[in-house]
Ligand binder design. Structure first.
Ligand code: KIV
Ligand code: ZN
Length: 410
């Protein structure tokens, strides 16, 4: 079984989500949680970006133990110096330098020729290596770069001392097949690749960040860069929880796993959501409120008989719980199971009347709570008009017959 390293960039790329800036205290707390959960590398920030980030990276480097702490730097000496200074007290520091390599970035953003870019990479990776034993190099916009040139850039970075070369799909443009193919190509063409780890850093602009990262792992990447809840620049990055749980669940397919404790996912997700004030979408894989919720009668019946009929991941293993929310799609099995759990007992006739009342109620309300079930049981014992009145009180309709039913029940 191959071990894939998790490089978490929640505190750097994740914090680049618009409006997601975290306080220094939250950043430190989240870094501690990431280290405790077995993340291999924590990218703590981009020290050249601001004094606040610089200070926070230093604090994380000083206090957080057990994981490598990385800091980002452009291929500029002052950036590398700022990263090195911020990482001074880290147990295992890493400087992560990057330079764009695609034609569009070289021409319009950097106004630099390919040959110049090559020498800047050699020079700045060597400089970073002189300041830190562990250097990662990223070719920004790698997936829109010329392959042969990219291969020369990574060869130069390794020759200058980089021990990890990162392949960013900066704008989320690649498809899984293409990224896997690019990783295979680089494995076969970069000089010195046998002495370096291949990393991937994927973005979700086309909704393929996690699929792309996994395709890269299949092709030989041994580090994945990701963020908690998938936050990050624009549409975000590959989600840590998706990558880790996919590798664990499909070890048969990937022959790979991570050292990350997936049991920490629930707490991490909530902490990051709170610190960034970014709610998690309800149907988000693994950490969304609905990720393990089953509402349809057929699914609820299946899960009650055997959880694995509709759950490929045990929710408990990721710090979550199954839910069988009751609504208009629910079936008898789940309704009576819930009723039993809250202590309701019926004879045959009561059972029929209760279920009829439930159906009527569930047509009007999106979700049915335990309190509703208790009230419906009581009302249905008193007769159908009472049950109808309860439903009407909760979700009144303007129909004259319903109004009559409410009046009659009072
Ligand atoms: O998306 C990107 O290219 C990045 C790099 C700095 C790794 O975030
Ligand atoms: Zn990025």
């Amino acid at each position: 079984m191959k071990t894939v390293r998790i490089f978490d960039t929640t505190l750097r790329d994740g914090e680049q989500s618009p409006g997601a800036a975290m306080t220094a205290a939250s950043r430190l707390r989240i870094a501690g949680m990431l280290a405790d959960s077995g993340v291999d590398v924590i990218e703590a920030g981009f020290p050249a970006a601001s004094p606040i980030v610089r200070e926070s990276v230093s604090q994380i480097a000083k206090k957080v133990r057990g994981a490598t702490i990385a800091a980002l730097a452009r291929c500029i000496q002052q950036d590398v110096d700022a990263a090195a200074r911020a990482l001074q007290s880290a147990q295992r520091p890493r400087i992560h330098v990057f330079l764009a390599t695609s034609p569009v970035h070289l021409r319009h953003k950097l106004r630099m020729s390919e040959e110049r870019a090559l020498s800047v990479v050699s020079e700045m990776v060597a400089y970073a290596r002189h300041r830190c034993d562990d250097v990662e190099f990223s070719a920004e916009d790698a997936t829109r770069s010329d392959r042969a040139f990219l291969s020369r850039v990574y060869s130069a970075a390794i020759a200058a001392g980089a021990s990890t070369i990162n392949v960013p799909d900066t704008v989320g443009y690649a498809t899984p097949f293409e990224l896997g193919d690019l990783v295979s190509y680089l494995r076969g063409s970069v000089r010195g690749i046998e002495n370096a780890a291949i990393s991937v850093h994927t973005h979700d602009d086309l909704g393929m960040a996690t699929a792309n990262a996994l395709a890269a792992v299949e092709a030989g990447a041994s580090q994945v860069e990701c963020t908690v809840n998938g936050i990050g620049e624009r549409a975000g990055n590959a989600a840590l929880e998706e990558v880790a749980v996919a590798l664990r669940t499909r070890r048969d397919r990937y022959g790979a796993d991570t050292r990350f404790d997936i049991g920490a996912i629930g707490k991490l997700s909530r902490a990051v959501s709170r610190a960034t004030r970014m709610p998690v979408q309800k149907n988000k894989a693994i950490v969304g409120q609905n990720a393990f919720a089953h509402e349809s009668g057929i699914h609820q019946d299946g899960v009650l008989k055997e959880r694995t009929t509709y759950e490929i991941v045990d929710p408990k293993s990721v710090g979550a719980a199954s839910a069988l929310p009751l609504g208009r799609n629910s079936g008898r099995h789940a309704v009576f199971e819930r009723a039993r759990r809250i202590g309701l007992v019926f004879d045959d006739d009561g059972r029929r009347r209760f279920y009829e009342a439930f159906i009527d109620f569930a047509q009007r309300k999106r979700t049915v709570r335990d309190a509703d079930l208790l009230a419906l049981a009581q009302a249905s014992r008193n007769g159908p008009t009472h049950a109808r009145a309860y439903a009407e009180d909760c979700a009144p309709s303007a129909s004259p017959s319903a109004t009559r039913a409410r009046a009659a029940a009072r």
